[in-house]
Every structure is written in C-alpha cells, then in structure tokens.
Design a protein around this ligand. Structure first.
Ligand code: SAH
Ligand code: SF4
Ligand code: F3S
Length: 485
C-alpha cells in the first residue's frame, strides 16, 4: 500500500477509519495539514530529529517513525535543536537508561529557547512503569510518551498532542497484532533491516526484553518476502533479517515455517546479493539452518551466536537452555560446514553467583570458539527479572577485574583472527565515504569486518573486489581491484 497512497485523497473531514493502516494514513494527512500551517507561520519547514538508543530493532523502528514524520511534512535533521525531538529508548542495561536521562537534561535547555518544541519518548524504557513515573515527576517538559507495542499508532498519538497541548501518554501492556504497510524511510539506500518477528518468549533470567517487547510473534512469510522484493526493486542489495531469536521464527504461525525455509525463499529474490540475520539463539540453531548456510550463495559467512557465559552451571540459572558442551559442539559443526565463517558473540560477566571457576569456563569458551569479535557486558540488575532478586550479586571490583581479563582475551583473539584474511581479495559492499581518510571509502566484507580503501563516493552501494593489504586491529586497509574484463 505504502507508495501508492495519495494523502490528498483522504477525506479528513470525515471520522477516522477503524481499520489499520488506513486509520494511520488518515492521521498522517491530518497532521500534515497542521504542520503545513505551522510552517507557514514560521516561514520555514518544521524539523524533526529521531535519536535512537539500543539495538537494531530500535534502529528499524526509528526508520518507521521517520517515514511517518516525513509524510507529515517534517524535514528530518540530526540536530536536536529541532521542532520535534523523539528519543527511541533502550533499557537493556542501566547505562542505557542513564544516557536517556542525561540527554533529557540537555534537551530541556533547548526547549527553554523554543517553546513550540515537542519532545516525545518511546521505545523499551517506556514499557517500564517506574521509568514513566520518574519522567512524569522530574521531566515535566516531555510532551508525548508511547511504547513499543503501539508504535504503529505514532501518527494518531502525534495528532492527539497537536490537538491537546497536554502530555499524551499512550502505553500498551502487550499486543498480538502486527500492522503491515506503514511508511518507512531507510537510513541507507542499499541495505535495510527487515523485521521477521517481534518480542521474545525466552525469559533469560537477567533480561528485560521479554517484559518490554512482549510475546514473540512472527510476520507471515508472504509479507516478509513482499517487503524484501520491494526493497530489492528500490535498489537494496543487502538485507538483515531481525528478531530477538530468529531461529525460532515461524513456530507460532498458523502455517508454521522454519527460519531455514524462510531463508531459502529470501535467497530466491532477484537483486538481493547479501543476506544477514540476527540474533541466533544457540538453543534453536538447527542442522537445517547450518545446511542452508553452507549451500547458500547469498547468506553472509557470519554468525552472531551469543554465548553469555561459558559455565554450564550459570547458563542453567540464566535459563539459556544449552550448556558449554552443546555450545562448543555447535561451533564445531558450523566451522566444519562453513570453514571460513566469522563468529561473533555477546558475553556477560558478573551474573549473580558467578565464581572464578565459572568465569574461567567463559574464558575457555572464548579461546575455543575464537570469535572475530565479541560484545562484552557487565551484568546489570534489571528490576522485575528473576536474576535481580537473586542473592550473591557480585562485588563491583571483582566484576571489573573479570571484565578486563575477558576484554584482553577477546581482543587478543580478534586481532589474531582478523589476520587470517590478510592478502586475500574479497568482496566488500561500499557503505560510506571515510570520515577520516581523505579520498577513502569504507566497506563491509561478507564477514561483517570493515575495510577502508581508496575510492570515490559514487561507489557507495556497490559490491567491489578489495585486496586486504593490512589488518589493523579490528579493520583492514585495502585496495580496490579492477573488475576483470
Ligand atoms: N536476543 C538476543 C539478545 C538481546 S539483548 C540474544 O538472546 O542473544 C543483547 C545483549 O545484551 C544480550 O545478548 C546480553 O549479552 C546483553 N544483556 C541483556 N540483558 C543484560 C543485563 N541485564 N545485563 C548485562 N547485559 C545484558
Ligand atoms: Fe533477552 Fe534471552 Fe530474549 Fe535474548 S533470548 S532477548 S537475552 S530473553
Ligand atoms: Fe534495548 Fe529494547 Fe533492543 S531494551 S537492546 S532497544 S529490544
């Protein structure tokens, strides 16, 4: 539907339609009228800035917000001195929340100079009643609060605020609906995230995501394939299939489909040259998927497989549903099927009750799995999760010391791993002009590793052959090779 919609043909003098997404297009048309008037008064276009915290899921949601804002007539800017600022928040670790509170202090100063400015907060943190209470109490200048389940209603929510001049709070506790065909504006012309599922049912004992993102629900394969076909027709060559646990995709659909089957369908789409996905949960990684990866020409040779801990004892308390041996078996199976695969992971230290011995198991997995890179986190206590109530929270100094040791190990191995492709010529998708090196562009290899090489901006979006001259820590310096005649 999006793309063929003509906002001028929507009769906004009528009552709003009941059906979605028609209802939201109606509100977009209504907002557009108001924004048009305001911008006439000001003698300039109104600007909007969306600032995203957190994961790829949030990044994709922000693209949806931007799609709607653009249709409403806002000019999108990265400058927070805008007429409308939206923070799409994350709450996975306490730091994420602290960042938002910090930035809000700064925004309040900007708002003092522009009374008409609107500030909206959405995303995962808004699904936590305690955070919303705090904002209402201490950040009274915020105009709109909404959550993750009703993001599709953004236009209607904005309209409510434009009409009322009072704080609008619209929060849902959960949802089982997925609204298709809303506008979305991609950040990159040549690559795109694609949601294949929402929510999470795994309830790892440390994690807040199932509480703030709700129950797991998969999009229908047809909707996903149609979206990717449209993206391909619009010049996208790389897609990243997104879900908290993509390996359990499709299990709850009326006609169940496996993730491996979905991948095979995506592979068939002309124009798509690279397929990535995240995140894979080790408990659901099937032999069928490994087989599809092995035989695919488009699926990138990269797998993000969060381990969290190497200790079977801790993994059990984390409710991860695999143990150290099973995880390492998976790693060997994958390496055997796809020998040059690049493995990445997430690791946490300081989970309640973690002993030195448990931690040594984590280091052992790091040494055996040999990750190309790893995101390392210090356990953060999230109110409402089972782990928050566990006794034996680990003292900060112990955690810090373990974290430093882990980081050293991860970095040493990553530095060794990256050398394995030195001297080879591999394909890179050129993503942007290099910000630091004059006359250079930056590309991504199949493995996800970055390479910088001499080249013009007009290469952006193209896949080119690059000789990897030198590995520098976590990136390469390369040289573009001419295409063979
Ligand atoms: N669904 C993904 C992870 C999403 S959250 C998965 O299961 O792998 C991203 C990462 O944040 C997690 O992999 C975990 O390492 C980290 N994380 C989640 N909750 C955390 C917490 N309470 N403290 C510290 N790190 C956490
Ligand atoms: Fe959190 Fe676990 Fe779900 Fe990942 S799988 S989002 S870590 S509960
Ligand atoms: Fe954060 Fe929500 Fe993602 S809590 S990590 S933005 S799902």
């Amino acid at each position: 539907m999006f793309g063929s919609i003509d906002l001028d043909r929507i009769d906004i003098s009528q009552n709003p339609p009941k059906n979605e997404p028609e209802r939201q297009y109606y509100y977009i048309a209504k907002c557009r009228k108001i924004i048009e008037e305001k911008s006439r008064e000001k003698g300039r276009p109104l600007t909007a800035c969306v600032n995203t915290f957190g994961c790829q899921m949030n990044a994709r949601d922000s693209e949806k917000l931007i799609g709607i804002l653009e249709l409403m007539g806002y000019k999108i800017t990265e400058d927070e001195k805008a007429d409308f600022v939206i923070y799409n928040t994350c709450t996975v670790r306490e730091n994420a929340n602290l960042k938002v509170y910090g930035r809000l202090g700064y925004l309040s100063n900007i708002k003092k100079k522009n009374n008409d400015m609107l500030i909206a907060l959405c995303g995962c943190m808004m699904q936590e009643p305690s955070a919303v209470e705090k904002i209402k109490k201490s950040y009274g200048f915020v105009d709109i609060i909404f959550g993750t389940h009703n993001i599709f209603k953004f236009a209607e929510i904005v309209h409510n605020r434009l009409k009322s001049d009072r704080l609008v709070i619209d929060l849902w506790e959960n949802t089982d609906i997925i609204i298709e065909d809303l506008p979305v504006e991609r950040k990159y012309s040549f690559k795109s995230g694609v949601n294949i599922m929402f929510g999470c049912d795994n309830f790892c004992s440390y994690c807040i995501v199932p509480y703030v993102r709700g129950r797991e629900r998969s999009r229908k394969p047809r909707d996903i394939i149609d979206e990717i076909k449209r993206l391909a027709a619009d010049g996208v060559v790389e897609v990243m299939l997104l879900g908290q646990n993509v390996n359990s995709y499709g299990k709850t659909l009326e006609n169940p489909v496996s993730f491996a089957e979905l991948l095979k369908e995506v592979e068939k789409i002309d124009g798509i040259k690279r397929i990535r996905f995240m995140t894979s949960h080790p408990k659901d990684l099937s032999d069928e998927l490994i087989d599809v990866m092995k035989n695919s020409k488009k699926i990138c040779k990269q797998l993000h497989l969060p381990v969290q801990s190497g200790s079977s004892r801790i993994l059990k308390i984390m409710n991860r549903k695999y143990d150290k041996e099973h995880y390492l078996e998976l790693v060997s199976k994958i390496r055997e099927a796809v020998p040059d695969i690049s493995l990445t992971t997430d690791i946490m230290v300081g989970f309640p009750g973690e002993t030195e011995e448990d931690f040594l198991d984590t280091l052992d997995v790091v040494r055996k799995a040999r990750y190309d890179s790893a995101y390392t986190f210090i356990y953060s206590r999230r109110t409402g999760t089972p782990a928050a109530a566990m006794e034996e929270q680990i003292p900060k100094a112990v955690v810090k010391e373990r974290f430093d040791r882990l980081l050293r190990e991860v970095q040493t191995i990553a530095n060794e791993q990256i050398k394995r492709f030195e001297g080879e010529t591999l394909k890179a998708l050129v993503e942007e002009k290099n910000g630091q090196l004059e006359g250079f562009v930056t590309g991504k290899l199949d493995s996800g590793i970055t390479v910088h090489f001499k080249g013009d901006e007009d290469l952006i979006g193209r896949i080119v052959n690059v000789k990897l001259l030198e590995a520098k820590g976590f990136y390469y310096i390369g040289e573009m090779m001419r295409e063979k005649d």
